[in-house]
Design a protein around this ligand. Structure first.
Ligand code: SF4
Ligand code: FES
Length: 243
């Protein structure tokens, strides 16, 4: 009887903080209808308990499991093995780029969260804050004070794929600029306009569209950045005429 399992090698990036990166090879027999995150979990469970990675929901909602799989940014929980490789092959798994590595496949996304906050996409910082409701936080102009970028799961894939973020650590980045576009400049404090209408803001984008290509949530950050440019120019004209 032939087995439906595939024999694969997983080359997984191992790094602690600023230390050197090395790749460690793990062999697995795995059903190709499973997902890359299943393989990583199996390595952790049965071969190396020191492997560090992030995950939570397992169904593309929490945004925690972003990794580079064979060089491409993916949510590992929805990346089916048969879609990215063939039986007998090697799968390379690395942490997202353009974020500091904490350990192995886990990265520090603090800068992205802070930038989302700086453009008005408020993060819920404390569990002591009461559950968001219209009674507690009434909507202003139809938007809750805690409204987030629609559909964005804050996975960071767009920032990892962005060629500008790779060369400029101060660039606001696709997800925060997309959040600014969604919230609109007119409703936001002047500081948001200053942030996005700057050398590290909307004008720094090179229109590579890599962010849109990898976004698992159809946020279309590149399109939003182009639209935000129009909003910025419109706001400049209004400011010029004192409106
Ligand atoms: S815009 Fe898309 S790729 Fe970027 S953080 Fe949000 S969901 Fe992830
Ligand atoms: S584990 Fe939540 S998005 Fe993949």
């Amino acid at each position: 009887m032939t087995s439906n399992l595939w024999n694969l090698k997983f080359l997984i990036s191992r790094q602690k903080g600023d230390g050197p990166t090395k790749f460690q090879e793990f062999s697995l027999e795995i059903d190709p209808n499973e997902y890359v995150l299943d393989a990583v979990e199996r390595v952790w469970a049965f071969q190396d308990r020191s492997l560090v990675f992030r995950h939570a929901c397992h169904h593309s909602v929490c945004g925690a499991c972003g990794m580079r799989v064979n060089g491409v940014e993916k949510l590992s929980c929805i990346t089916r093995i048969r879609d990215i490789t063939t039986n007998g092959s090697t799968v390379k798994v690395e942490p997202l780029r353009n974020f500091p590595v904490i350990s192995d496949l886990s990265v520090d996304m603090g800068a992205m969260y802070a930038r989302l906050e700086s453009v008005g996409a408020k993060q819920i910082l404390s569990l002591s804050i009461a559950p968001v409701s219209e009674d507690v936080y009434p909507a202003k102009n139809g938007k809750s004070e805690f409204s987030r970028l629609v559909d964005c799961i804050e996975c960071g894939l767009c920032i990892s794929a962005c060629p500008v973020a790779a060369t400029d650590a101060d660039y606001l980045g696709p997800a925060p600029l997309a959040a600014a576009q969604l919230n609109g400049l007119a409703d936001n404090p002047k500081t948001v306009l200053e942030l996005v209408d700057s050398a590290e803001g909307v004008w720094r984008c090179h229109s590579a569209y890599e962010c849109t290509a990898v976004c698992p949530s159809n946020v279309q950050p590149a399109w939003r950045i182009m639209d935000l440019r129009k909003q910025v120019i419109g706001q400049r004209i209004k400011n010029f005429f004192g409106k």
